[in-house]
Design a protein around this ligand. Structure first.
Ligand code: HEC
Ligand code: HEC
Ligand code: HEC
Length: 380
């Protein structure tokens, strides 16, 4: 029997043409078997059934190697940056805890019953280097429920989350609460204020974790909404909700809000007094260049004066820049320059201006506006 089989195999393999036909036949058989297997529904896809230990190991082995192969190895921003960590922590609270839990908070039982169950990240992030963590959060993992970052082109936001993940191991429940801003509350309001609709809507608690309540935002990468025109705030929320302005962080934050809720939040933040400027006066040379662009623009390069649009009393759907953190302003200018907000009606107005600014201009105008005290709308 064994000899016959050996002879048959030899006969097949001694001619490359016979071998090719045999291989093709084998492939058709295997493929047919696979289709039959799927069609009969023999395989139990129930998450509750779990995987055999060997399948589990094999899938994990494949996942780890795939991430290692695809992950970038430079360039990375400094991940010990407190502004990145604070922003990443606040987004983690909104976007990741449902599945992964957080210090002092268990994974939701619903997410925990998935296959594979989302791992506790504090125990797992040390197995990955920075580029690998970035790649996982940016692209997600197929067939596991681990989602990709919801928008393209915003690697800066992904890095904020990675910076926080680096901080996560060893962070206690208390430290996490402080970092993710769970305790920041908007101003306590009197019953009379609530009745008049001036009080912070309960909804604002979720926003205050990033945008601050009485005080400024915890991270320099987050804008101050205090005293911005109501119509501007509402317009920006609509743009995020519709995906016309790309931000994975803000898209998630406005996702659950209906129109009346957005209106109340816009009214609330517009009613708050503007905060003092985010930064002290920058060096004189920088001021001179930033101020010249702001007041006169640069005719030779077709740059209009920024203040023709960014001042109190200008159109109510335009943002005011005075007093915003320098890093926020510079970051937004780079995003606008890349055309990422071009689909929004207001973004389409600013995008051509931003494209004419070079890095030196961006640094100078951001330093200039961040050192300017904001003027209230009424004082026009
Ligand atoms: C819907 C559930 C879900 C959400 C939301 C989710 N994840 Fe995951 N995540 C998973 C699952 C499931 C895995 C396991 C993937 C695997 O084992 O291949 C995972 C794996 C990971 C890993 C790799 C850990 C390891 O060693 O396997 C990281 C890092 C991670 N997630 C970070 C995040 C971050 C940061 C967020 C929020 C921006 C997030 N996840 C949101 C379900 C989720
Ligand atoms: C996890 C942090 C976080 C949370 C929570 C958050 N925001 Fe934001 N918000 C940001 C960041 C970061 C930006 C800048 C995003 C970008 O790059 O476009 C922003 C931008 C905005 C802007 C645009 C400002 C402008 O003039 O361009 C508005 C309006 C806004 N947020 C309102 C809200 C409201 C209302 C809530 C609560 C429902 C909220 N945000 C919750 C971080 C957050
Ligand atoms: C023709 C009017 C106009 C001029 C001139 C103009 N801008 Fe703008 N700018 C806008 C509008 C409208 C937006 C809102 C864009 C959006 O919604 O994405 C904006 C947004 C911005 C933002 C983002 C702010 C935020 O909170 O979202 C910055 C920073 C900015 N402009 C800086 C400048 C600088 C610096 C100049 C001068 C070099 C300038 N702008 C000139 C209309 C203008």
């Amino acid at each position: 029997m064994a000899r016959r089989l050996r002879h048959a195999l030899l006969w097949l393999l001694t001619s490359w043409r016979r071998a090719a036909v045999a291989l093709a036949g084998l492939a058709v058989l295997v493929l047919g078997g696979v289709v039959l297997f799927a069609w009969l529904g023999i395989y139990n896809i129930a998450a509750s059934a779990g995987h055999l230990a060997i399948v589990d190991h094999f899938l994990r082995f494949g996942m780890i190697n795939s991430v290692r192969t695809h992950a970038p190895d430079s360039p990375f921003p400094p991940l010990d940056d407190p502004a990145l960590i604070a922003l990443g922590a606040a987004h983690f609270e909104a976007g990741c805890t449902f599945c992964h839990g957080a210090p002092g908070r268990p994974v939701s039982p619903a997410a925990g019953a998935a296959l594979p169950p989302p791992p506790d990240l504090a125990d797992n992030v040390d197995h990955w280097n920075d580029g690998e963590l970035f790649w996982i959060v940016r692209h997600g993992v197929k067939y596991t429920g681990m989602p990709a970052w919801p928008v393209a082109g915003r690697d800066d936001e992904v890095w904020a989350v990675v910076a926080f993940l680096r901080r996560l191991p060893g962070l206690g429940a208390e430290g996490y609460r402080r970092l993710a801003g769970g305790e920041v509350q908007p101003d306590d309001a009197s019953a009379a204020e609530i009745a008049q609709g001036q009080a912070p809507p309960d909804l604002a608690r979720a926003c205050a974790r990033c945008h601050g309540g009485k005080g400024p935002p915890a991270s320099e990468l987050v804008p101050r909404l205090h005293g911005q025109p109501e119509q501007r705030l509402l317009g920006a929320m609509h743009d995020y909700a519709a995906g016309r302005r790309r931000s994975g962080i803000m898209q998630l934050a406005v996702n659950d809000l209906d129109e009346p809720a957005m209106g109340r939040l816009a009214r609330y933040y517009a009613s708050l007094p503007p905060l003092p400027p985010a930064s002290a006066s920058p060096p004189a040379g920088v001021i001179a260049h930033g101020e010249a662009l702001a007041r006169q623009g640069d005719v030779a390069r077709d740059i209009p004066p920024c203040l023709s649009c960014h001042r109190p009393g200008s159109r109510p759907d335009y943002p005011r820049l005075a007093g915003q953190p320098e890093r926020y302003l510079a970051g937004q200018l780079r995003i606008l320059r890349h055309g990422l907000n071009g689909a929004s009606p207001t973004g389409a107005i600013m995008t051509p201006v931003a494209k004419r600014l070079d890095d030196k201009d961006i640094a100078a105008v951001s330093a200039y506006f961040s050192s300017r005290p904001p003027e209230p709308e009424a004082a026009r």
